[in-house]
Ligand binder design. Structure first.
Ligand SMILES: Cc1ncc(COP(=O)(O)O)c(C=O)c1O
Length: 339
């Protein structure tokens, strides 16, 4: 089976498992795991942030970001396609007591013209708008990335309006590969950043929240409160560190493979894709004459898995364990759709 449902389905490689076995570990609840301590420092420095906190999932690091930047009753702004709004089980309202206000951006991205006049909190009866949540690359937006100018604009707006920025960088590695924006630039833009090692980088588990020392100290308490304090977690940090050092470089190949497959979709009379949107490892494409579910079923019968992403939309996601031979099979199967 060629599994294009998500870039989260990778299997750990032998060399990654060996790196895990060699990790020097200790009890991280006591702050004594040297592998995780060094890894947190390394990633924080990479993004020009003071500190990092290794956590089990991107959901936890996003939610810790929201938690440390807000008070109950505050409002956070997010594009309607945002992961924090759609796929985190309502956690922002349950765990931080905040109101999530969605805005209709473009391909999952917000822009200053949409954000203008959204800030509230001037009167007792209004919620206090506190945080702008950005996602880069955008998952539900089809892997689209922010440009440096767009981010600078949003940051200038946030400073002017006294708003904070949380960046969901689950696929920041893909965004950096595609746009060549330096990691430390994101540290200048955002107050908190969540990055994931368990997507295209291929680690089995692990995300990290990056921020100031003060915010990370607070996040560490909430992580414990939410049951995420882990003991010899250096084992997992070693896998994530291995993934960062060895697999980041492979993402450009994923992007190339996605483009090749998207071209076949573009050429099909039965499928449609906007090639301009294709920047990273995610293809969002439409079915023209059939429901997405029916096309997904036909592909499944040919040994290819994708995910329906709406009535007429399908998502295909690439990662380093999808080979060029797999890509040829996928291209043939897609070219046969509708025949
Ligand atoms: C954009 C984005 N943010 C956050 C997450 C959450 O990550 P996790 O599944 O590790 O909780 C995902 C998961 O796919 C994602 O795509």
């Amino acid at each position: 089976m060629i599994d294009l449902r998500s870039d989260t389905i990778t299997q750990p490689t032998q060399s990654m498992l060996e790196a895990m076995m060699e990790a020097k570990v200790g009890d991280d609840v006591f702050g004594e795991d040297e592998t995780v301590n060094a890894f947190q420092q390394k990633v924080a420095e990479m993004f020009g942030m003071e500190a990092g906190l290794f956590v089990p999932s991107g959901t936890m690091s996003n939610q810790l970001g929201v938690k440390v930047l807000t008070d109950p009753g505050d409002e956070i702004l997010i594009d309607a396609k945002g992961h924090i709004f759609n796929y985190e089980t309502g956690a922002a309202s349950a765990l931080s007591g905040v109101q999530v206000r969605t805005l209709d951006g473009k391909n999952g991205k917000l822009e200053t013209k949409i954000l203008r006049h959204t800030k509230r909190g001037h009167f007792d009866w209004e919620p206090r708008t506190k945080v702008i949540c950005l996602e880069n690359s955008t998952n539900k937006g089809g892997g689209v990335c922010y440009t440096k100018e767009e981010l600078s604009d949003i940051k200038a707006f946030a400073d002017q309006e006294d708003l904070l920025i949380h960046l969901d960088g689950a696929r920041i590695w893909n965004a950096i590969t595609a746009t060549e924006i330096k990691p430390e630039f994101f540290g200048e833009i955002a107050d908190t950043i969540s990055v994931c090692f368990s997507k295209g980088l291929g680690a089995p588990v692990g995300s990290m929240l990056l921020s100031s020392k003060e915010n990370i100290a607070r996040a560490r308490r909430f992580r414990k409160m939410w049951g995420g304090g882990m003991r010899q977690v250096g084992l997992l940090a070693a896998a994530a560190d291995y993934a960062l050092d060895n697999n980041w470089d492979k993402l450009k190949e994923d992007h190339r493979r996605a483009k090749e497959v998207a071209q076949v979709i573009f050429d099909s009379k039965f499928l449609a894709v906007d090639l301009k949107k294709l920047q990273t490892n995610i293809i969002l494409f439409d079915t023209v004459k059939e429901l997405a579910e029916s096309v997904v079923k036909k592909l499944m019968e040919k040994g290819i898995q994708m995910i329906p992403f709406g009535l007429n939309t399908i998502r295909a996601t690439f990662h380093f364990q999808i080979t060029d031979e797999d890509v040829e099979e996928v291209k043939t199967a897609l070219a046969e759709i509708g025949e």
